[in-house]
Design a binder for this molecule. Structure first.
Ligand SMILES: C[S@@+](CC[C@H](N)C(=O)[O-])C[C@H]1O[C@@H](n2cnc3c(N)ncnc32)[C@H](O)[C@@H]1O
Length: 442
């Protein structure tokens, strides 16, 4: 198959993305990439966003009828492929899997666009000049993703997609760890009982696999499936089941283990952990150097999970408090502190805003926060700013919620002194961003 034929094949699947009433066709050139990963055609009055294109493509797109200043066009034909296209080497991507958006986009170009997109977003939307460093790349941007997620559609596990009308049964994935890919091959052919609604797998670098199921109830079939996984999935150390009401470990162990330098973390089957270990280590080193803790400092680690940042911070600071609302994560965080023999550390299982309102106001010089994709809520930011820490290191995986939260932090007198994107999610438009803020006159 020629390169152009391969590109055309991936187009067919991209047309599932924005199914709307379509009318005319237009031909145009993709001149930019946007924060959601689409290519853009810039017309006189309208921007047309086209999924699965790359800058430099000449394309024919079908247009929806809309009065908006932007619209989603469906890619009908790749008239002239861009020089910046590469072969995705992935059947799942070619069949429309939504896990990666840019597997067909040259990696060096992806990096350039991520830095550019972030610079423009921060500077335009915050109306201030922020110096954004070039994104830190990943040396070998394949086989890194340690988490995989499936949902049960018509008794088969399909890849999770953003688009309800398109599901993909993918028996391979180019960005997942080898251990995940092996497990994927085993479970994709299975007929899955409707009691099992979702399955989330996480692997470690040593090949352990932990499974987290979402189930209607912990029925006999769910228990049988858990036992099957323990026996048939290489490295499977445990299976947990989440109902609407509670989480239980139903087979094996309740946690995976991860080591970096001389620290060991136990990761709960149902808790958060960074999805790309190698880049997480870069993130950790970057965040630690920005926190610049000394043995005189009491510091906070907000949204701390099972203590990924809290433990190394404790090795540098006088004292650290980690705050997190998932009780499995804080349970493991305490275990992690004990296993690593770290004593100057404590964890609160609470909503961040609630906990901050209960802590002494003037004790914490530096605060690290790593909220979920949705960012911090206003209540938490208000409570944080009332404490007036000199330095805040904000780790974000969403430029959109970061912009919103920075606006609020600026209003409380903080300014950005450092901004470093890290390519944690190659082949998507997503990125991890470390931002250091200092209190003016602080
Ligand atoms: C992006 S993760 C970061 C976890 C941790 N810093 C790490 O690197 O492993 C965000 C964490 O915030 C927790 N979380 C979400 N909303 C919260 C809230 N309102 N209060 C406290 N924790 C929250 C989640 O359970 C999750 O563990």
């Amino acid at each position: 198959m020629s390169t152009n034929q391969k590109h055309q094949k991936s187009i067919k699947s991209s047309n599932n993305y924005h199914r709307r009433a379509q009318s005319p066709f237009i031909d145009g050139q993709i001149v930019a990439m946007n924060e959601y990963g689409d290519g853009e055609i810039h017309g006189n009055r309208k921007t047309i966003k086209v999924a699965r294109t790359v800058v430099g493509d000449r394309v024919r797109v079908a247009l929806p009828q809309t009065d908006k200043s932007y619209m989603y066009g469906n890619l009908v034909n790749l008239l002239q492929p861009s020089q910046k296209r590469v072969d995705p080497h992935c059947d799942a991507f070619n069949n429309g899997c939504g896990g990666c958006q840019w597997l067909h986009f040259d990696y060096a170009e992806q990096l350039k666009w991520k830095t550019k997109i972030l610079r423009e977003m921060l500077n335009k939307r915050l109306n201030t000049a922020i110096r954004v460093n070039d994104i830190i790349p990943m040396g070998m941007p394949y086989g890194f993703r340690n988490k995989m997620s499936f949902r049960n559609v018509k008794n088969r596990f399909v890849s999770m997609m953003d688009f309800n009308d398109a599901v993909v049964i993918a028996d391979s994935c180019r960005v997942e760890t080898v251990a995940n890919q092996k497990s994927r091959k085993k479970i994709i052919p299975l007929k899955i009982h409707p009691d099992i609604q979702q399955a989330h797998f996480r692997s470690t670098l040593s090949g352990q696999i932990g499974m987290h199921l979402y189930v209607a109830s912990v029925s006999k079939v769910v228990n049988e499936f858990a036992m099957w996984c323990m026996q048939n999935i290489d490295g499977c150390i445990g299976v947990g089941a989440q109902t609407k009401k509670k989480f239980d470990v139903i087979a094996g162990e309740g946690h995976l283990s991860y080591q970096y330098k001389n620290l060991i973390w136990k990761i709960p089957l149902n808790g958060f952990f960074q999805t790309n270990y190698l880049q997480a280590e870069t993130l950790l080193e970057t965040a630690l150097s920005q926190m610049a803790c000394t043995r005189n400092d009491s510091v906070l680690d907000l949204y701390c999970g099972c203590g990924f940042f809290t433990l190394p911070l404790a090795l540098k600071a006088k004292e650290v408090i980690g705050i997190e609302n998932n009780s499995s994560s804080t349970f493991n965080a305490v275990v992690n502190a004990n296993t690593n023999n770290i004593r100057n550390i404590s964890f609160l299982t609470k909503d961040v805003g609630v906990a901050l309102n209960e802590l002494p106001g003037n004790k914490y010089r530096s605060v690290l926060l790593d909220p979920p994709r949705s960012g911090c809520d206003e209540f938490a930011l208000r409570a944080l700013c009332a404490m007036a820490p000199e330095r805040i290191v904000y780790i974000s995986c969403s430029p959109q919620s970061l912009v919103r939260d920075l606006k609020q932090l600026f209003a409380y007198g903080y300014t950005v002194t450092y901004c470093q994107p890290i390519d944690m999610f190659p082949h998507t438009a997503h990125m991890e961003i470390v931002v250091t803020l200092r209190l003016q006159n602080g």
